[in-house]
Every structure is written in C-alpha cells, then in structure tokens.
Design a protein around this ligand. Structure first.
Ligand SMILES: Nc1nc2c(ncn2[C@@H]2O[C@H](COP(=O)(O)OP(=O)(O)OP(=O)(O)O)[C@@H](O)[C@H]2O)c(=O)[nH]1
Ligand SMILES: [Mg+2]
Length: 214
C-alpha cells in the first residue's frame, strides 16, 4: 500500500475534509473564514501567504486553507491542490470590472487534474454593498451552467452581515460526506465549533516554498 493510500485511509477514518478557499484578492475569503470561526473581522489585511484553520462542523473536521489571491500569488495556488475535497471560490459581487478575470481564473482552476474530484461552492459575497451583482448574474458571468465536470452550487452571502455563510459550509460538508463517507447524509445546520489551528508564513517563505515545489 502506498503512502498516499495510507494517508487517505487515515483521513477518512478521522472524518477529515480539506477545503480550499480561493478567489481574486479582496473577494472576502479571510473575512468569511474569520466570521465563520467567530473571530474579529475588523482588522483583516490581505493574505500574503496562507492560513489554515481547523473547524469542527458536525461530526467532521474541516481543514480550511485560506490562500492569498493577489495576482503575483496566483501561480502558487497549485501548491495547495493536492487532496482537496472542496473548492470554495469567493467572489466580490460588487467588483464588476474584474468579473472576466474572475471567470478566467476559476475556469483555469477547474481544468486542473488534482482538483478533478473536488466539489465547488461559489460564495457571491458582499451582497450588502449597493450595486452588487446577484447570485444569478454571477452564475451567468462565470458561466457556471456550462460546468459538467464538478458538482457546484452558488450562494449569495455577506461576510460582514454573516448571512448564508453556515449554509455554504453545510452544503460543502454534506456534498463531500455524501461522496466520500457512504451513508452519511445531512449535517445539522449550526455554526461550526471553533477549535482553531493557525499557521501563517511570510511572503518570502511562501515564495521560497513555491519555488521548491515547482
Ligand atoms: N461590504 C463588505 N465588505 C466585505 C465583505 N467581505 C469582505 N469585505 C471586505 O473586503 C476586503 C477584503 O477582504 P479579505 O477577507 O481580506 O479578502 P481576501 O479574499 O482574503 O483577500 P486576499 O487575502 O488579498 O486574497 C476587506 O476590507 C473586508 O472587510 C462583505 O461581505 N461585505
Ligand atoms: Mg485573505
């Protein structure tokens, strides 16, 4: 039995899921995760490396990877694809100018072999802002209906107001559990309980890591 198989089996036994949050910079990834974890959301700065948070959600442990979305960091996203159970793509619904860019980046990701089995949740975030595009408009702008390779769902939400965030996580957990842990169906809709493991690195170390992996 290969090492990867052993690791996979252990993860399944421990009911762990690996969830990767990606999206353009300023989309609200970190704010959503902090809000879900009950952390203060008033002092968030752009993510220059990555952070991992561990949530207990129902009977599952979610390892949530929050990776910076600035253009210069995007080539390093691929370092985080391995063993991803769900991809959460966060969109700033008020950022109409970059919706084309947003679509291109998402569709490029969905071509990746290592993300082939991952479910896709799109958070249409920042719905509290005037002029924000609706979830239906974003679904069309991102051409989600053309997706045949991944199970997907789009949800409008606001990290600032806290609306629809738990619902999104519920969908992810139910979706992945239904696929991987046969017999597991619905997971109670409640806020995740926040044991939180945190890891941060600086940009230099992050880029060095990326170079080493390349
Ligand atoms: N009005 C509003 N602002 C939001 C919302 N979510 C996030 N923001 C703001 O958007 C800005 C960017 O949020 P972040 O969470 O840092 O975005 P990010 O996607 O993690 O960005 P990177 O780390 O650079 O990739 C911050 O000023 C947040 O306060 C929301 O739902 N509504
Ligand atoms: Mg961030």
């Amino acid at each position: 039995m290969g090492l990867l198989t052993i690791i996979r089996k252990n993860r399944r036994k421990e009911r762990e899921m690996r969830v990767l949050f990606l999206g353009l910079d300023n989309a609200g990834k970190t704010t959503i995760i902090k809000r879900l974890n009950g952390d203060d959301i008033n002092s968030i700065s752009p993510t220059l490396g990555f952070e991992i948070k561990t949530f207990i959600h129902g009977k599952y442990t979610l390892n949530i990877w929050d990776v910076g979305g600035q253009r210069m960091l995007r080539p390093y996203w691929r370092n985080y694809f391995e063993q991803t159970d769900a991809l959460v793509w966060v969109v700033d619904s008020s950022d109409r100018l970059r919706m084309g860019d947003c679509k291109e980046e998402l569709h490029a990701l969905l071509q990746e072999d290592r993300l082939a089995g991952a479910s896709l949740l799109v958070y249409a975030n920042k719905q509290d802002l005037e002029g924000a595009m609706s979830a239906a408009e974003i679904r069309d702008a991102l051409d989600l209906n053309a997706l045949t390779t991944h199970h997907w769902k789009i949800l409008s939400c606001s990290a600032v107001l806290g609306t629809n965030l738990v619902e999104g996580l519920d969908w992810v957990v139910n979706e992945v559990a239904g696929r991987i842990y046969f017999g597991s169906t619905s997971v109670a809709s409640s806020a995740p309980q926040g044991t939180s493991a945190r890891d941060e690195i600086d940009l230099e170390a992050y880029l060095a890591y990326g170079r080493a992996q390349a």
